[in-house]
Design a binder for this molecule. Sequence first.
Ligand code: ME8
Length: 509
Amino acid sequence: MGRKFYITTPIYYVNDIPHIGHAYTTIAADVMARYRRLTGYDVFFLTGTDEHGQKVEKSALSQGLKPKELADRVVVRFKELWEKLNISNSDFIRTSEPRHYTAVQDIFKKALENGDIYLGEYEDWYCTPCESFWTEMQLVDGLCPDCRRPVEKLKEESYFFRLSKYQDRLLRYYEENPDFIMPETRRNEIVSFVSEGLKDLSVSRTSFSWGIPVPVNQSHVIYVWFDALTNYITGVGYPDNREMFERYWPADVHLIGKDILRFHTVYWPAFLMSAGIEPPRRVFAHGWWTVEGQKMSKSLGNVVDPYEVTDKYGVDQFRYFLLREVPFGLDGDFSHAAMVHRVNSDLANDYGNLLNRTLNMVRRYLGGRSPSKGTFSDRERRLIGDIKQATADLEERMERLEFHRALETIWGVINAANKYLDDTAPWTLAKDPSAKGRLETVLYSVLETLRISTIFVYPFMPGSAERIWEILGLGKDLGEKRIPEDVEFGLYPEGVNLPERAIVFPRIE
Ligand code: ME8
């Protein structure tokens, strides 16, 4: 077994049905997981649902359901969506599962035993939509500083986690691991937040019961964020499966939205440090999607349903759009006009057209059979050089989760092939019987560039890439190909029968 790569998404609350925001994070994680498999890693990819807490309990009660009943219904929506979006997760965790109770109670107990958790009284504010505690000072106009919704006053007995004790260790961890929080702006935000001082954190509630009980005091349930964050270790076998846990932990990337940065980069590493477990290697917080220029909300009725969008434009078109349209880490806007533009210009024109003009020429000039490579000239060597460079650039950009730049790199190769065709003009060579060898080399080289591009495209648009792979006569094993071995130039087989045309990305009118 080679190097491991462990990537996670947030576990989504079951009070809401999945929308474009959830799809975004999960698709990005899937692309990264698939890319790492392509590059030879042993990948573990975890997603799931966050089912406890006051928010879910309230939402269930308002629908006349038990919290678990609500969770059982909504979890199906998530699982079906991930299947539809071709998400290749290794496991799906639900926080209501017994294995998760064991893990949460185990690390809670560790913190209790080493004195990091003590009993006290909480008297301050709480935001249920964010499941977050606030002091009077932190409120903005009496509202939650994060989501600007009303907060409620709490006064109840509570266990506290000694977060204050971890201030220095956290700052040191950020300092020694400059890529722990990405992108950089987010890192600066957290460093200054922690530098201002940390208060101990309330980690249990008594005013409702939908959660995991505190192991030594059944009248308390464990704070939903303490519970939820622990999913990342439950999912890789903590505490009972030591072998699996040691193989995959620490996580290489927790992928999240910027809304939940503090929980992942302050609380989570502190809980782990307290339990004597190594913190994750990286937390990447991406930006926020708005829709046609507006914040998405149920009351505005503009929530983008991923089922609808993919029915209309296609799964891979949607995956491509989300990762190409906006630099990963920045906010973005979803609009139908932008979606149509991307599909038509990048997919139908650049990639689709390269495939079709190539197939068409192979049919007309070579009877639809792939030629032998013949002898490469400087022009082919230049194309090969471009592909080599792109392979290296792709790795560098993917490593930093710069998906839009990774796609630019791949489209650089596709457009280099389009340019190569324009330069070598096979339609002219075809008129000259003495240029037959040259014509074959040119068409071979474009087919070969298409083959390599399709491997590059695979993590982003797995379904379409697999179809193109078959169209190119290469079989059904695209998922088993490896970078860099299989992107060496010159592996395209001779004598493959190719169709005359294939519309993989139809234009949207
Ligand atoms: O916070 N744009 O769950 P959640 C981009 N259960 N991403 C968005 C988005 C938008 N408009 N809306 C949602 C929770 N997201 C907790 C997490 S993890 C241990 C517990 C994505 O259902 C983004 O990834 O509210 C964000 O972080 C996540 O959904 C929040 O999902």
